[in-house]
Design a protein around this ligand. Sequence first.
Ligand code: SAM
Ligand code: DTB
Ligand code: SF4
Length: 333
Amino acid sequence: MTASLALDALSDAPAEAALNVPARHFWSRAEVEALFALPFADLMYRAQQTHRANFDANAVQRSTLLSIKTGGCSEDCGYCSQSARYTTGLEREALLPIAEVLAAAQAAKDKGASRFCMGAAWRGPKKKDLEPVKEMIRAVKSLGMETCATLGMLQPGQAEELKDAGLDYYNHNLDTSAEHYIRVISTHTQSDRFDTLDKVRTAGIKVCSGGIVGMGETQRGRADLLCELANMNPPPDSVPINNLVPMPGTPLADAKPLDPFEFVRTIACARILMPTSFVRLSAGRQQMSDELQALCFLAGANSIFYGDKLLTADNPEASRDEALFERLGLQAI
Ligand code: SAM
Ligand code: DTB
Ligand code: SF4
């Protein structure tokens, strides 16, 4: 199918809306590739239309991240500073004490974050790990913040336990297309990731799932990743789009950086494909200009990681973000 034919086919999609049926469209790779191929201004215009039909275009959600268990991970994800298989200079640390996590959450709340996301460098939580993490979730929840955790693959019953502790969101990224996945990670499969996402959804926890771009994938690879995310039924509630932060010592340390406009295109396509999901402009902001970030917001990004650290990598200082929000007239939600 040519690009324009693929896009013409989309014009039938709103018919369902007229019947008051929640609009759900199965996205083919050809349709998504056709979106990527649009002239930049046309793609941005469509993304803006979709964004404004579903959200306040001047409102941006802010989540703060904390690495509650850093380094020493058994997995071999080619982008990650925390894999025990690479010499990245990162010290392996034990699980943080609950008081330290609570203090970080309070500080994040004081700076204006609405959600606190706890990340662990695990393949998945062991039985003994889950109790302290549940205590952390209860403690953060008691501050009146939304809670999110990213702990790796879950075993049967663990999602229900996390839900009972008050977990609102679970982050588990597809990371890259199925085809590219096997070039980047060998210790688990993308289908393992889908299994965990199913468990999370079934337990009634909101799903946060996205990926990383700039890992040597093709544009078709980025289209495939977005197709896989958008065709989940339902699509993720929150979709983090990470720009690879090249970590010294990892196999992807010298990956060729993505053209910044291609990053903006990826955000715009995510917005169009997942109209009611929050699209998070995630890792890589520290390396972006304010102008590039503004383009990402125009493309429909409406969430960020807020605070001067991601998990191990730097993120812009809260004061830089405050100034950017002020200059762009953005409101935090
Ligand atoms: N171990 C758990 C897992 O893999 O799901 C949770 C922590 S893991 C570090 C969370 C996510 O961080 C990964 O899925 C990946 O999308 C992102 N990430 C890790 N290293 C990154 C990097 N160097 N640049 C961009 N994103 C990265
Ligand atoms: C997500 O998609 N990005 C965040 C969060 N979910 C856990 C993590 C980004 C990690 C960036 C590299 C680092 O800090 O080590
Ligand atoms: Fe481990 Fe997660 Fe890093 Fe992969 S991305 S090495 S699973 S911490």
